[in-house]
Write a protein that binds this ligand. Sequence first.
Ligand code: FAD
Ligand code: 2HG
Ligand code: ZN
Length: 477
Amino acid sequence: MSETSLPQPLHDALLDVLGATGLLTDTTDTDPFCTDWRALYHGRCAAVLRPASTEECAKAVALCHAHGVPMVPQGGNTSMVGGATPDTSGAAVVISTTRMNRVHAIDHADLTMTVEAGVTLKAAQDAAAAQGLLLPLSISSEGSADIGGVLATNAGGNNTVRYGNARELALGLEAVLPDGSVLDVMRKLRKDNTGYALRQLLIGAEGTLGIITRAVIQLQPAPRSRETALCAVGGAAQALELFAAFRKQDPSAIHAFEFMSGTSMGLVNTLIDGATLPLEEPAPAYVLVELASPRADDSLRTLMETVLGEALESGLVTDAVLAESESQRQALWVLREEHAEAQKRAGASVKNDVSVPLAAIPALIAQATEACEALVPGLRVAPFGHIGDGNIHFNLVQPEGADPKAFLAQDHAIMDAVADIVRGLGGSFSAEHGVGQLKAYMMPAWRGGAELETMRRIKAAIDPANLMNPGKIFPAA
Ligand code: FAD
Ligand code: 2HG
Ligand code: ZN
């Protein structure tokens, strides 16, 4: 155990504001905050600050600003792109929101939740469910990722196909800006055209413009009927045909429409305890479709059976299983939610969180598979993702038995090869995970010219000293 390197006057002032629980300086305590979920980055920090309220956060940020100390906002630390990890200089402090964890109010008239940034997404979902409501954002990391994190990254996930990304759910926001001032736009209004929508600037800014401390989130009535099925299909083209078939019947019924390659599902089956495929034969690919409705009748069952019946008859779907109980439904969801974990257990992977127009998905998978297999013979092509949003996690897992470091040394070559294909198909190199530090190098090629320059000007106007999450989104000069 050793002490980190916070200057003494700043240390004493922060201790005054945050108390001993709110200020971590032993490296044994701070180290877990300096490594990301994927273990790609191992940074250092001068301290971890854990404010318990907006007021404490604002005072702590003002002190760091006055001393010129860089700040790295952190929620659940589940970033896929090293967004919440400090650099190796040890100069920055991590500001963790985990102690700002109260649900303030649930409003049944407006269907909103007023919540602090450090409430995990799962705790917020549970609080809504306890009152017969739905917080319609769902990601596999929801047990750790928190409201501040999902807004800072504009997270997507399994229900985007029906309700949009995190951005679409936030009516109001409060944030501490880099100089310690508090931006309070905690309004509950669905219509409010009064100048710039500043909350939208903070959402998706990955902590580079300030620290989100509270939000007003839109809720929905909880579904009173659900139908969930796992289907075996020949590939992405068949998955898209099935999506179109459901959409033609009733687009508003589709709650989730997820794609999983056979290779990725194979890893889940092998490496995750209790994840068993309830189908006769392994297939080239799978779709998990969930329909949901606030009505408590059996119209969804009819819809599911009609579409799947026709698809099975035509051979579009080769096998399917319908959940007959809540526990069966959850068992099917395990087969979708554990792909990231299974790939982590299989060794190093290079992740391409890309999006393309729906019709281009089969071409993306075919072209990117060919390009990646040519680059690294033996790598495992294991795509899965939110196909209904055009978002595929085109992930490559190291060849079995290979050296993980040698494989990761080729990450830029692989990412650039996939990105070239994605660009040709009119897509994006980061659909939902953001840019962080992993993909900052790609910004000039993808968002150069006036777009990146405008982002730089906004950053400079709000954070002229570049103290808030430096090294993220913007490549080093
Ligand atoms: P962190 O990792 O702590 O931080 C992420 C970024 O936000 C950093 O740049 C950080 O500086 C900034 N930040 C954090 N809190 C604040 C705040 N209060 N104010 C300002 N900036 C802040 N993402 C998806 O979009 N969809 C998915 O389906 C999905 N599934 C995932 C599954 C797994 C198993 C894992 C590990 C990750 C997954 N992710 C997914 C990525 C990640 O969980 C999301 O990006 C999530 O929104 C991050 O939340 P967090 O609280 O962990 O944020
Ligand atoms: C998911 O959809 C996450 O499960 C993780 O976004 C994606 O591991 C990944 O690449
Ligand atoms: Zn995802």
